[in-house]
Design a protein around this ligand. Structure first.
Ligand code: DC
Length: 228
């Protein structure tokens, strides 16, 4: 069976990472959450005073962009991949609304994107990778053998994010989350650098009314076709 690159793009909180992680585990591929990388750069900016009133000090960030080390390590106990920023486990902190509210600003900066894309491309040496994000099928791996574009309504996605945060004990008002989802959709689609869009050869899936098991089966079927 040939090893391929699977690119899963789509709107925020569409369940991309759930689908991507699950597929990677089922077929023995590596999984990379590219959103976690932009979230980590955002947290780095916040921790180092590089964002003031929603404005990033781009010159200062550019001067230290190569010092931002992002790694993923598998936590056996929690059975999940965790994100490390310069050696510090930031997996939960990068998912807070405080980071979500500023990640679109940071991820719209050209030199940040170029630095992250170079790292993402370096992960695919022998293919066998599932990566999720916004520009994986269009910019990072335009030659990916399987590209998925996920969609669902903003309300359904906000509810999912709300449930996810609540389960982690980080409950936030539903209306604030919905506002954040809509705001990020707008910013992700209208930014000048690598805006979110469906690659021409991507397969679109609206998973709003699908269970996780149904999505899983759908993805495994299409994966089996492409790796024949
Ligand atoms: O998938 P996520 O919600 O964790 O992503 C966080 C943010 O990072 C999202 O608002 C847009 C940005 N992002 C991006 O610009 N490009 C990617 N490949 C992944 C995420």
């Amino acid at each position: 069976m040939k090893r391929i690159i699977v690119a899963i793009d789509g709107f925020s909180s569409c369940g991309k990472s759930t689908m991507a992680k699950d597929l990677a585990k089922s077929v023995g591929y590596a999984y990379v959450d590219s959103g976690a990388m932009y979230r980590s750069v955002t947290l780095y900016c916040q921790r180092n005073g590089l964002i003031t009133d929603g404005v990033v000090d781009e010159a200062a960030l550019q001067a230290c962009i190569d010092d931002i080390r992002i790694e993923f390590k598998f936590n056996e106990e929690k059975q999940r991949n965790e994100t490390y920023l310069n050696g510090d486990n930031v997996e939960d902190e990068i998912r807070t609304l405080a980071v979500s509210n500023q990640v679109s600003i940071v991820s719209s900066i050209g030199f940040v994107r170029r630095a992250m894309v170079a790292i993402q491309q370096s992960y695919s040496k022998d293919r066998g990778i599932v990566m999720d994000g916004r520009d994986i099928g269009t910019v990072v791996f335009p030659d990916a053998e399987l590209k998925i574009f996920l969609t669902a309504s903003p309300e359904i996605r906000a509810q999912r994010r709300y449930d996810e945060l609540k389960a982690k004990g980080m409950e936030e008002p539903f209306e604030d989350i919905l506002e954040n989802v809509k705001q990020r959709d707008y910013l992700d689609q209208t930014r000048a650098e690598s805006p979110l869009r469906k690659a021409e050869d991507a397969v679109e899936l609206d998973n709003g009314e699908m269970t996780i098991a149904e999505q899983r089966e759908w993805l495994l079927n299409i994966f089996a076709e492409r790796t024949k």
